[in-house]
Design a protein around this ligand. Structure first.
Ligand SMILES: Cc1cc2nc3c(=O)[nH]c(=O)nc-3n(C[C@H](O)[C@H](O)[C@H](O)COP(=O)(O)OP(=O)(O)OC[C@H]3O[C@@H](n4cnc5c(N)ncnc54)[C@H](O)[C@@H]3O)c2cc1C
Length: 424
């Protein structure tokens, strides 16, 4: 029996839906998920999920169906600014896959969310309400009350704020002073059908990263049959001059300009990429008819994650730049840890939340740092700096490959990590 009469979960993204499923599976309280969008979103790019996150999707019961629609190739080929191959890396080493039983996946965000929703439909005790935007949260000794834009309210004895970067649970209650900061990097991304590209001899079954003086261009498959490619270009973009950082109107206007003029801009950025690879990239830029624009924000470290009966999970508490490819996996780990800590029915919520922060903080901070370091590769650099970086990478990748260092699982410890086994 759960000590909670009811759990309210705000946000039907990966964190919120995973929380609803896992609490039903392991802790058994009835729960209601409230989502601001009127229906499941058709927006979003593709996301990469390594073994630490895949294991958790398996525990939620969606891994085997998800793998049927995702790309699972973890090989990544790095290209220099003239298109030449610098070497390749495996994002999840074969030995990691052998040890954990999970490799790597790139999947459309819509596929991930739809599978979580499908699984929820199979379960009883979970309600999902669409078109319910939270506008305020209040709490007294009887419980926590959530108010929605449509004038309705609901109350519960546990509230999970899984409402992403602009979380209303955070800004109206848990930590209003925690304001997302612009990282200086923005991304444009698009899907492209492989059949829209002229036939190519290059292997498009793996991910390709190309360094340019302006930023990083990445392309790879995101479906199981490899028929859909996902590309993104990340680069330094100044805050729109006409408005200050927190002004969404300024970004909206900037987004409109970027989206309208992306073909010409991208072709100019890719002008130095030569040979077959250059032709392929330029064809991609020409064939793409629509892109999405995303300025990358992060929350400052060390902020408050809980208050009273409310706790923030996933991006709502710790949105970080996506350059470590761990956003979804961090949200899933949050959910699994919280469920474990809520296990003993007598556990006081304040103790549960305190332990949660103690376990999660160091790991989240570690990935923040990795994401920040990886973000530097997206910054503008002179051709000299880029040349030096390419030489350095070529040397490292050559040594790595010739000594087969991946068998020693360098940099793989964090992907083997199992939140269910962590000491609490
Ligand atoms: C360009 C880009 C690329 C990325 N690439 C990757 C990647 O490769 N791998 C990876 O793991 N992660 C990646 N991420 C990060 C990843 O998308 C997030 O970490 C992940 O979606 C977090 O899930 P979440 O459920 O916490 O938040 P979200 O996915 O943001 O979901 C929050 C939900 O809450 C809802 N909501 C918001 N406000 C309210 C409100 N007031 N009331 C009710 N509902 C509300 C929203 O509509 C949304 O459905 C990327 C992010 C970006 C921007």
């Amino acid at each position: 029996m759960s000590p909670f009469q009811k759990v309210i979960i705000i946000g039907a993204g990966p964190a919120g839906l995973a929380a609803a499923l896992l609490l039903q599976q392991r802790n058994h309280p009835p729960s209601t998920v409230y989502e601001a969008s009127p229906s499941p979103t058709t927006l979003g790019g593709s996301i990469s999920i390594p073994s630490n996150g895949l294991r958790l999707l398996d525990h939620l019961g969606i891994y085997s169906s998800l793998i049927k629609c995702a790309s699972t190739g973890s090989k990544t080929i790095l290209h220099g600014r003239h298109g030449e191959e610098l070497g390749e890396i495996d994002l999840v080493a074969p030995s990691t896959e052998a040890q954990t039983g999970y490799g790597y996946m790139r999947v459309k965000r819509t596929d991930l969310v739809n599978m979580l929703l499908e699984k929820i439909k199979e379960r009883s005790g979970i309600q999902v309400e669409w078109g319910k935007r939270v506008v305020s949260v209040q709490e007294d000794e009887d419980g926590v009350r959530v108010s929605f834009q449509d004038g309705t309210t609901d109350t519960s004895d546990l509230l999970l704020g899984c409402d992403g970067i602009h979380s209303a649970v955070r800004t109206t209650y848990v930590d209003p002073a925690a304001v997302p900061l612009y990282s200086g990097i923005s991304t444009i991304f698009a899907f492209l059908s492989l059949k829209d590209l002229p036939e190519t001899s290059t292997n498009m079954a793996c991910t390709h990263v190309t360094f340019t003086e302006d930023g990083l261009f990445v392309v790879g498959p995101c479906t199981a049959d490899g028929d859909t490619l996902f590309w993104f270009f990340s680069n330094e973009v100044a805050v729109p001059e006409t408005n200050y950082e927190s002004d969404r109107e300024g970004w909206k206007e900037h987004r409109r300009t970027v989206v309208e003029g992306f073909n010409a801009k991208l072709l100019s950025i890719l002008k130095d990429v030569r040979g077959d690879w250059g032709l392929i990239l330029k064809n991609m830029a020409r064939q793409t008819t629509a892109v999405n624009f995303y300025p990358i924000f992060r929350l400052p470290l060390g902020r408050q994650w809980y208050r009273g009966r409310c706790i923030l999970l996933g991006d709502a508490g710790h949105v970080m730049p996506p350059h470590s490819g761990q956003g979804v996996s961090m949200a899933l780990e949050d959910v699994f840890l919280l469920s474990r800590l809520l296990g003993p029915p007598t556990a006081a919520l304040s103790d549960v939340f305190e332990k949660f922060v103690k376990v999660r903080r160091p790991r989240i901070e570690k990935f923040y740092k990795i994401a920040a370091e990886n973000g530097n590769e997206r910054r503008k650099s002179s051709s000299w700096v880029l040349w030096l970086r390419e030489i350095f990478l070529w040397c490292v990748l050559s040594v790595f490959a010739s000594l087969n260092l991946q068998r020693w699982r360098f940099g793989q410890k964090d992907l083997i990590y199992d939140i269910d086994q962590v000491e609490i």
